[in-house]
Design a protein around this ligand. Structure first.
Ligand code: HPA
Ligand code: ZN
Length: 340
């Protein structure tokens, strides 16, 4: 294995932008559809995979919501979460901050309690089994109303010990962050961390709103920040972490090809960028595949890869002490393998 691929595989990594429902593999989707008597609009896996040909975010979201409709019981959420953790274990991902979309389930009549307890039970068991630490981030669907988001936040109140933050995802254009100002403010008062998708398809002004109006602690995607010198300066000076998702950007046509992906420029500009998989089952790869693809396309150096991996811990919601421990493990690995 070439040195740089070995480095990507072996270094301990964190993933900060992964939608649990986006890790639903086709085999599990059909298995759960059979078990739960859900009629999918695809006859078989081949037909399903043909639908994974997206021109924009909404094309993907349509398939994503159909796919998650097979998740009904607590054990379904448990199994899904466990499968993602198994993948993390194979890829040496040591810390995960997982998004989940409760409204994608409660809107179909699945109880919030089943979603959160299934996920939490798997994180507890899998976390111990594989030595993976975790946080959970409950996302609000931005195509729904702020009042719907408040209902979800209220439902979460009995489960706050299982939730670390709130996020904002789904159809971006036409649903600016400012639409959710009040619910984010309340979530912050409840002690939750704040993140939001912005600047994936939406304009730089959405990134500005996420920072100034929602007051997010971290920004998801943020690609289009590169269109604004002022935003770049702000992201750099405040060292706001950006969770970049290369294969997602390619599949959703946010970039024409990976060779024109902005992540290398972002690094050179001193932004705190990280690499993530977003919806790995739909976009063609988990964390390592994202690193390998972007490394090859942009000819990223070992130093750049190490920076991206260290950033994944720096940008996480771990404590400073926990972050330092992870960075030290990376440095120890590098010391021990130098010259090999
Ligand atoms: N963007 C917005 N919403 C999402 C995404 C995404 O990349 N993945 C799952 N929900
Ligand atoms: Zn996302």
């Amino acid at each position: 294995m070439p040195n740089i691929k070995k480095l990507i595989k072996e270094l301990p990594k964190a993933e900060l932008h992964i939608h649990l429902e986006g890790s639903l593999e086709p085999e599990l989707m059909f298995e759960l559809a059979n078990k739960n008597n859900i009629q999918l609009p695809f006859l078989n896996i081949d037909e399903l995979l043909k639908a994974y040909d997206f021109n924009k975010l909404q094309d993907f979201l349509n398939v994503y919501y159909t796919g998650m409709s097979v998740l009904i019981e607590e054990e379904d959420f448990f199994d899904l979460t466990m499968m993602y953790l198994q993948k993390c274990n194979e890829q040496n991902v040591k810390h995960v901050e997982i998004f989940f979309d409760p409204q994608g389930h409660t809107k179909r009549g699945v109880k919030f309690s089943k979603v959160i307890t299934g996920i939490n039970r798997a994180l507890k068991e899998g976390g111990i089994q594989f030595g993976i630490s975790y946080k959970t981030i409950m996302c609000f669907l931005r195509h729904l109303s702020e009042s719907d988001a408040f209902d979800t936040l209220n439902e979460a109140k009995d489960y706050l010990h299982m939730i670390d933050g709130v996020g904002l995802d789904s159809s971006e254009v036409g649903n600016p962050p400012s639409k959710f100002q009040k619910v984010f403010s309340e979530a912050k008062q409840m002690g939750l961390k704040l993140v939001a998708h912005a600047g994936e398809e939406g304009p730089p002004s959405y990134v500005e709103e996420a920072l100034s109006i929602l007051k997010v602690d971290r920004l998801d995607h943020g690609n289009r920040s590169m269109e604004s010198e002022q935003l770049i300066n702000r992201l750099r000076s405040e060292q706001i972490a950006l969770t970049i998702c290369p294969l997602s950007n390619l599949k959703l046509c946010v970039v024409d090809d990976l060779a024109s992906h902005p992540i290398k420029k972002m690094l050179k500009q001193g932004l705190l960028v990280t690499v993530n998989s977003d919806d790995p089952s739909y976009f063609g790869g988990y964390l390592i595949e994202n690193f390998n693809a972007i490394q090859e396309s942009l000819n990223l150096s070992e130093d750049e890869i190490v920076t991206l991996i260290k950033n994944s811990f720096i940008g996480s919601f771990l404590t400073t002490k926990e972050k330092n421990k992870c960075i030290k493990e990376i440095d120890t690995y590098l010391d021990e393998t130098q010259g090999q």
